[in-house]
Write a new protein. Structure first.
Length: 510
């Protein structure tokens, strides 16, 4: 290999709690390391459902600076920089190119009234048929209407509406552009046409002039701005490429699109989306045939993505991460201190933790119960509750995975798991046992930045990843877990009749 050639791709990954940067050498198909910078701490009284675009950019620049220090290579070795970002959040720019207000986070649901208004005025079926997403306050369109109704002066000052991905491409290169996989959950796109939904926008009196040009993932946007280069250590003019939505990029890294049938990929992080890549030409003429699956363009050319999600699985498990050290008896007050609801029940004998939503449908997503521990007894210690939380995520994932395969027509079989929870081998084996499918887990440290490299270099990555592990289900546990799934779904439905979730009402609250 020519050690002076440009083969390194940098991916700036904008997550919910920190900005990360990773390097990937296309020639060696090897990750070179990654860095992370947390976002600025919230000040007292700051709205927990909003974020500061400029503060997040400063964290991103710091992650890039740290990565440049980590990868001590000549400037000519860097092929390009791209972006992966959480979907739904958007940034409104004024005429001077600066944000006119903080952005709304993806889990924030203050726009519930606007979602209902959209469903009434246009019809939920028609919104889904156009956008591939049913009306829900978590998505972008109701949030846009909320801003317009509650901040009319700010809305009048807005000249450009950028998705979060677009904001970081703009800060890196000065170029205003958008990308289809990232923009899909804005509900401003026509999912089949692959363009902005101009008729829908007109019906809601949203000017299409606010929206930037759509460009394919991997397209060069421009060069790294001199002031950004000075702050990060990368060379001015380093190519900046359009990236994509975080889930799409994670799926591409874990399961590269090839000539054969794709397998569903579960991205087990804070939430647990399950996504299947399919040829765009296979989408039905009427997207309502796929309901309730979410439909979007994939970052891979010519492909679409079908998606379900089990909700805040990893977030709930994270509340219990150090719980095994807590003994029984006094466990209830500790669980309640951490924000969980604890209830007794005649059944089951072992505790059940509602650690994910098994019902992927509009009604269920509007009434998620709080994280709950059901059937806790004095003999149960922290370890039993923690294991029940891991098991709860698996039941929820199996349920939404069944929805994905049944509605898409994909044959059930093996799946790929990635994301932070996939590092836990015990959880991966549990997922295989619960789903009855072989679960392949690629090592996260070897695929960091892989998708960014694939779209920037325009080269297919090897489907296999060295060090991947495959967990096969124990057939003797199939009957037990089938009954367990039925019990979990029944308990979740019962809990939905109680208190509305504190998890999704405002991001950051428990």
């Amino acid at each position: 290999m020519n050690t002076t050639s440009a083969t390194i791709v940098v991916t700036l990954d904008i997550g919910g709690s920190a900005a990360k940067a990773s390097g990937y050498d296309v020639a060696r198909q090897a990750s070179l390391g990654s860095t992370a910078a947390p976002y600025p701490a919230r000040s007292e009284g700051q709205d927990p459902g909003m974020f500061d675009p400029d503060g997040w950019w400063l964290a991103a620049a710091r992650a890039l600076r740290d990565l440049r220090d980590l990868i001590d290579e000549p400037p000519g070795r860097f092929l390009g920089i791209t972006v992966s970002a959480i979907r739904i959040p958007f940034v409104l720019l004024g005429g001077d190119g600066r944000p006119v207000m903080p952005g709304l986070l993806n889990r924030d649901t203050r726009a519930a009234a606007q979602a209902a208004e959209i469903a009434t005025a246009i019809g939920g079926d028609d919104v889904y048929r156009t956008t591939g997403h049913w009306p829900a306050p978590q998505f972008g369109l109701p949030k846009v209407l909320w801003v317009r109704e509650n901040h009319p002066g700010t809305w009048r000052a807005t000249r450009t509406l950028l998705q979060l991905h677009d904001w970081f491409v703009y800060r890196l290169s000065g170029v205003l552009a958008s990308e289809r996989s990232s923009a899909a959950m804005s509900q401003l796109m026509d999912a089949r046409a692959g363009d902005w939904a101009t008729s829908l926008l007109a019906e809601l009196a949203i000017s299409a002039a606010l929206l930037p040009e759509l460009r394919p993932a991997g397209t060069r946007a421009g060069g790294l701005l001199p002031e950004v280069a000075e702050g990060t250590g990368f060379a001015a003019g380093t190519p900046v490429h359009i990236g994509g939505g975080d889930t799409h990029m994670s799926v591409l890294a874990a399961q590269p699109v090839g000539p054969g049938e794709s397998r569903p990929v579960i991205v087990a992080g804070t939430t647990a989306p399950a996504m299947l890549a399919v040829p765009a030409g296979r989408l039905p003429s009427d997207l309502r045939e796929l309901f309730p699956l979410l439909v979007s363009a994939h970052v891979a050319a010519g492909m679409s993505a079908l998606e379900t999600n089990a909700g805040p699985t990893g977030m709930i498990v994270g509340l219990l991460a150090d719980l095994p050290a807590v003994p029984g008896g006094g466990l209830r007050p500790e669980l309640e201190r951490r924000g969980l609801t604890v209830t007794r029940a005649d059944q089951p004998e072992e505790p059940v933790v509602l650690a994910g939503n098994p019902f992927f449908e509009p009604a269920s997503w509007s009434s998620m119960p709080p994280p709950s521990v059901i059937g806790l007894r004095d003999r149960h210690g922290g370890g039993a509750v923690y294991r029940a939380a891991l098991l709860g995520t698996c039941y929820a994932i199996r349920s939404v995975l069944d929805c994905l395969t049944q509605r898409s027509g994909a044959p059930p079989g093996s799946v790929v798991a990635t994301g932070g929870m996939s590092r836990n081998a015990g959880w991966a084996q549990m997922l295989a046992d619960v789903t009855g499918a072989a679960v392949t887990v690629p090592p996260l440290d070897r695929i960091a930045g892989r998708a960014g490299a694939a779209i920037v270099a325009g080269e297919a990555q090897d489907a296999g990843v060295a060090g991947s592990r495959t967990f096969t289900p124990d057939p003797e546990l199939a009957e037990t877990h089938t009954a367990g799934l039925v019990r979990y779904r029944d308990l979740y439905r019962m809990a939905q009749g109680g208190e509305r979730s504190r998890v999704v009402t405002r991001a950051g609250t428990r």
